[in-house]
Design a protein around this ligand. Structure first.
Ligand SMILES: Cc1cc2nc3c(=O)[nH]c(=O)nc-3n(C[C@H](O)[C@H](O)[C@H](O)COP(=O)(O)OP(=O)(O)OC[C@H]3O[C@@H](n4cnc5c(N)ncnc54)[C@H](O)[C@@H]3O)c2cc1C
Ligand code: FES
Length: 365
């Protein structure tokens, strides 16, 4: 028995060392020279080989959604590779369905460009642009969430749909030697084409440490976008339910501004989950929406104490849905927050008869 365990350990160690050597050799010794990149029906361009397809495209100012910044953990960066992609890697497989593999869909952050390559991307991605914005305001809306206003460069404007997101480039800073991209939902009105507001919560990770500990008014920040198919649709139902926790409020805020700007009076309720009253924010704005739209804000708290004198719902957002929602078939639902919150909310909405094709969500993974 002992000899079997030792043999398994030795084989594992040798495999690990070989894999490490191959990775290092690929990174530091391999030279793929120049290759050509052809996108859709455009003329091929010459690019340096050896980088990921995602970063190769970014160097060509073609931006692919990449919410995890290329870590292979969001599955957003899919493109069709018609020629020259090599075999599908183990790190891509968990994100690709059988149909996607058959149609040559790949994760562009995992695939390295080593030979001439031909790809196909949706035409709308050519509208995604990058902007070197200036930070014009930073406001603490809770002790863990900042509202940041970015101004676009002189003469530039952005067109986006309320609910879509941008990607923010967090540069290297003291204690972090990695430049990363992270997704943030646009929290502001699409009517203001010169400014973008984001609500960014502190998680202790790379981008949020940059934003919360280093970012100052006057700094330049690189944003690219807009991205995403989570956005307000006029004709998706009679009534609306918005559900969010924490910074999931961001895209809902943009949608509410859109409704106000366009005098849309559809009946809408916003179920917002927080731990305590301290985690509720922008309450004056929510009151303004209640006064000007056919809209009701319904916070639900999970950690109520006597001192709070709380009269509203207690528990979690799915409890409030089960308690209040009737005639689910009349509703279109927009959800935003952590994967756990989205999954429990979707289950509660389905129980209440909301049709699956009327449930839209962005998971903040
Ligand atoms: C479509 C989309 C829209 C998004 N919109 C917003 C938004 O409007 N506002 C916003 O603040 N975030 C938003 N996010 C999340 C955001 O993209 C980042 O994932 C988040 O800010 C963490 O980035 P980081 O670089 O600081 O953490 P990372 O360096 O990526 O992670 C470091 C560590 O922190 C943990 N961690 C990461 N995120 C969280 C979290 N949310 N809660 C607890 N632990 C976490 C990770 O598990 C990891 O261990 C959105 C995500 C997506 C996919
Ligand atoms: S960028 Fe997230 S999986 Fe590729």
């Amino acid at each position: 028995m002992k000899s079997i365990i030792i043999t398994v350990l030795v084989i594992s160690l040798i495999s690990f060392v070989l894999a490490l050597l191959l990775t290092l050799a690929d990174k530091y010794i391999a030279d793929y020279g120049e290759v050509t990149l052809k996108i859709n029906d455009k003329d091929p361009v010459t690019v340096p080989g050896g980088n990921s397809l995602l970063s190769t495209l970014r160097d060509q100012k073609v931006f692919i959604p990449s919410a995890c910044g290329g870590k292979g953990s969001c599955g957003y960066c899919k493109v069709k590779v018609l020629k020259g992609g090599g075999p599908v890697l183990a790190t891509e497989k968990p994100w690709l369905s059988n149909e996607e593999m058959e149609s040559h869909t790949r994760l562009s952050c995992q695939l390295k460009v080593k030979e001439n390559i031909e790809i196909e991307i949706p035409e709308e991605l050519f509208n995604v642009k990058e902007y070197d914005t200036k930070v014009v305001n930073i406001e603490d809306v809770t002790d863990r969430i900042k509202k940041i206003t970015f101004e676009l460069p002189e003469g530039e404007e952005i067109k986006f749909k309320p609910g879509q997101y941008m990607q923010l480039k967090a540069p290297e800073y003291e204690g972090n030697d990695e430049e990363v991209y992270r997704a943030y939902s646009i929290a502001s009105s699409a009517k203001d084409k010169r400014h973008i507001e984001l609500l960014i919560g502190f998680t202790g990770g790379i981008a949020t440490t940059y934003v919360h500990k280093f970012l100052k008014v006057g700094d330049t920040v690189n944003l690219n976008g807009p991205y995403g198919d989570f956005y307000y649709k006029d004709d998706d139902g009679e009534k609306m339910v918005f559900v969010a926790t924490g910074t999931g409020f961001a895209p809902i805020r943009s949608i509410l501004y859109h409704m106000k700007d366009n005098d849309i009076k559809r009946e809408a309720v916003f179920i917002f989950g927080s731990k305590t009253t301290k985690d509720l924010f922008l309450l004056d704005e929510l009151k303004m929406f209640e006064d000007s739209l056919n809209f009701k804000f319904m916070p639900v708290l999970s950690r109520v104490t006597d001192e709070m004198n709380w009269k509203g719902d207690t528990g979690h957002v799915d409890d409030s849905i089960r308690k209040h929602l009737i005639n689910g078939e009349k509703y279109a639902c927009y959800l935003c927050g952590s994967p756990r919150v989205i999954d429990s909310t979707v289950a509660a909405l389905k129980e209440k008869g909301v049709s699956e094709d009327k449930i839209f969500y962005d998971k903040f993974e």
